[in-house]
Ligand binder design. Structure first.
Ligand code: FMN
Length: 194
């Protein structure tokens, strides 16, 4: 019986509501992207782990694979901070580090691994990759948390609120950037575009 793809996508939609900013450093070069794949990955409270899934098309994917380091930042939904949150989202999610440096546009400090920590984030965990799973178009990374801080007591930004406040031109550019990424993923999964 063929899969009811619409039902599957409705069941799976919105399971991870918090957009996260991922940063890393590889060979002295810093970069990052936005992700909706963030999760907690440990049942042991004194030994936290984090998980993300990065698409192979993205530069950050290769950098995390090579360096084994990532920092996962939550963004703030606080009134006075939301513009900074949307700026982080627009910069890291709106273009590729292949096309120019993104990190110098953001306020950062060095984390314990040397990777950049975003000072305008809500909170972060810094992780060293302990395992990764190659799933054709993407890699799922699991990392041991080696650093963490909470900068704000406010709520964390949800993707629904972010989409409602992002400029229309940015969303159109994002949609256009998504097309080659999707084609690349289909080619990696099926060997051809469908
Ligand atoms: C809300 C949002 C969620 C995203 N989720 C992911 C994700 O889970 N994994 C991923 O690889 N890219 C994701 N992206 C796309 C990357 O952030 C985007 O392609 C970025 O420009 C890649 O930059 P890079 O080539 O410098 O790594 C997301 C983008 C946005 C705006």
């Amino acid at each position: 019986m063929p899969v009811d793809v619409d039902a599957a996508n409705r069941a799976l939609a919105g399971l991870r509501p918090f957009p996260v900013a991922i940063t890393t450093i590889d060979g002295g070069v810093a970069n990052g992207l936005m992700s909706l794949s963030a999760g907690s990955a440990s049942i042991i409270p004194e030994a936290p782990r984090a998980t993300i899934s990065l698409t192979k098309y993205n530069k950050t994917h290769d950098m995390v694979l090579n360096s084994g380091i990532f920092v996962m930042h939550m963004l703030s939904a606080e009134d006075g901070q939301i513009e900074k949150s949307l700026e982080i989202l627009r910069i890291l999610g709106g273009s590729s580090g292949r096309d120019g440096d993104k990190m110098s546009k953001l306020r950062t400090k060095n984390g314990v691994t040397g990777a950049p920590v975003l000072l305008d984030a809500h909170s972060y965990v810094e992780a060293r990759v302990t395992a990764s799973l190659d799933v054709q178009e993407s890699t799922i990374f699991v990392g041991d948390v080696v650093g963490a801080e909470v900068f704000s007591d406010a709520g964390r930004l949800r993707i629904g609120e972010a989409w409602s406040k992002l400029p229309q031109e940015w969303i159109e550019q994002y949609d256009a950037n998504h097309v080659p990424q999707l084609e690349n993923a289909r080619t990696r999964r099926f060997g051809t575009t469908v």
